[in-house]
Design a protein around this ligand. Structure first.
Ligand code: NAP
Length: 340
C-alpha cells in the first residue's frame, strides 16, 4: 500500500494505523527526499503522474493507494485505476471528485475500486446525511454543520484548501445552529464537496454545508474577509499560501470538532451529531478503516463510489465510537433552523 502524503497531518495517521494492522505493508510517499529516506518511504509527486506511475512500477506489488494530498487533477487516480490498483481519496474538492468519478468505467474494467469522500467532511458527514435522509423517509433538504477547533494543528495542505474555499462564491445564508458542547453558533456556508455530491448519491435536491470555528472571534474575522475586497486577493495561490502560513501560527481555540446533520421533509426532521478531537486524526482513521475494509474485500464493487454509496462502510461511525476515537454519536435536539 502506498500512502501519498503519508507523513502529513492526515497521512501519518493512515500510515501508522495501516502498519499496525498490516505490519510493514504501508509505505509513506511525499516529495521531501530526506523525510522519505528517514521514514523508509518513497519519493512521489502527485503533480507528476508519469513519475508516480514509474514509482508504482518500481515498488512492485501495490494493491492500494491512499491519497492524503490533493493532486491538481484526476491523473493520479487514472494511473492507479488503469493498473487495477484500489484508491482511497480524502480529497474535499468537488471538481476533482467529479473528475475521478468519470473514471468509473476504467475502474470497472480493471476490477479496481475507488472510494471517494473519505474523512470527516466529506466522509462522516455523508454517512450521517444518509441516515438522517432515511429517517425522514427521503429528505427534501439536508443541512450539514461543522465546527472545527481553531487550536488544532491543521496540515498546510488542509489550510491551503480552507483559504481557497473562502474565496469561492456561496449561495446559501448563514444559520444559527445548536452544537453539542459549544452552544448555539453562527455557521457560514462553505464549499465542502459533500453538498455537491449528496444530491446525486441520495437524490436530495437541497444540501448545504456550513462551517464555524470553536473561537467566535476567529470565525467572525474569517468570514468578514468574504465581505471585504480581501477575499479576491486570497483567490491567488501565492496569497493563499501566505494567509495559510499566518493562520498556521494562530491557536485561539481547542482541538475539538462537531459534525451535525439535519434532514427535513415536510414536517419531519431527523438530526445526528457527532463530536471528537483532532479532525485531521479522525480523517486519517476514517481513511485507514476504509482501506482496511477494502483490503478485506467486504462487498466492494469495482468502480468509483462515494463513501455513502457503500453499505459495507455504513457502520464506520460506530467502529470509531467503539475504539473511543469519536466521543459521541447521538440524535441531536431538533432545531428550527433560524436564519442568523
Ligand atoms: N475529507 C476530510 O475530512 C479531510 C480532512 C482534513 C484534510 N483533508 C484533506 O487531506 C489533505 C491533506 O491534509 P493534511 O492536513 O494532512 O495536509 P499536510 O499536513 O500538509 O500533508 C500533506 C502531505 O502531502 C505531501 N505533499 C504535498 N504536496 C505533495 C505532492 N505534490 N506530491 C506528493 N506529496 C505531497 C506533504 O509532504 P511534502 O511537502 O514533503 O511532499 C505532506 O506530507 C488535504 O488535501 C485536505 O484537504 C480532508
Amino acid at each position: 500500500m502506498l500512502v501519498a502524503g503519508g507523513y502529513g497531518a492526515v497521512g501519518a495517521v493512515v500510515t501508522s494505523a495501516l502498519n499496525a494492522w498490516f505490519p510493514g505493508r504501508a509505505v509513506p510517499g511525499g516529495r521531501d527526499a530526506e523525510r522519505v529516506r528517514r521514514l523508509g518511504g518513497v519519493q512521489v509527486d502527485v503533480s507528476d503522474p508519469d513519475g508516480f506511475g514509474r514509482e508504482l512500477a518500481a515498488l512492485g506489488d501495490v494493491g492500494m493507494v491512499v491519497l492524503c494530498v490533493e493532486p491538481p487533477d484526476a491523473s493520479i487516480a487514472r494511473v492507479c485505476l488503469e493498473r487495477g490498483i484500489h484508491l482511497v481519496d480524502v480529497g474535499a474538492t468537488a471538481r476533482l471528485l467529479d473528475a475521478v468519478a468519470e473514471l468509473s468505467p476504467i475502474a470497472a474494467a480493471t476490477g479496481a475500486t475507488a472510494v471517494l469522500s473519505v474523512g470527516v467532511a466529506p466522509g462522516l458527514t455523508n454517512l450521517l446525511a444518509r441516515r438522517a435522509h432515511r429517517d425522514v423517509g427521503g429528505a427534501r433538504s439536508v443541512d450539514i454543520t461543522l465546527l472545527f477547533g481553531a487550536g488544532e494543528r491543521h496540515g498546510a495542505d488542509a489550510l491551503r484548501w480552507t483559504i481557497a474555499g473562502l474565496a469561492e462564491p456561496v449561495r446559501a445564508a448563514p444559520r444559527l445552529v445548536p452544537l453539542p458542547g459549544f452552544g448555539t453558533r453562527t455557521a457560514y456556508p462553505f464549499p465542502f464537496s459533500d453538498q455537491h455530491t449528496l444530491p446525486h448519491t441520495l437524490g436530495v435536491p437541497d444540501v448545504t454545508t456550513r462551517l464555524c470555528l470553536d473561537s467566535r472571534p476567529l470565525t467572525a474575522a474569517l468570514f468578514a474577509l468574504r465581505r471585504t475586497g480581501l477575499v479576491r486577493l486570497i483567490g491567488r495561490p501565492r496569497a493563499q499560501r501566505r494567509v495559510a502560513r499566518a493562520l498556521a501560527g494562530v491557536h485561539l481555540g481547542g482541538d475539538g470538532f462537531v459534525v451535525r446533520v439535519d434532514a427535513r421533509s415536510g414536517g419531519r426532521h431527523a438530526a445526528y451529531a457527532l463530536t471528537g478531537r483532532e479532525q485531521s486524526r479522525v480523517t486519517g482513521l476514517v481513511a485507514a478503516h476504509t482501506a482496511r475494509a477494502l483490503l478485506d474485500g467486504r462487498g466492494f464493487p469495482a468502480g468509483v463510489h462515494h463513501i455513502d454509496e457503500l453499505p459495507a462502510l455504513a457502520g464506520l461511525p460506530e467502529d470509531l465510537v467503539r475504539h473511543g476515537d469519536i466521543g459521541l454519536l447521538r440524535r441531536a435536539a431538533p432545531t428550527g433552523g433560524q436564519r442568523s
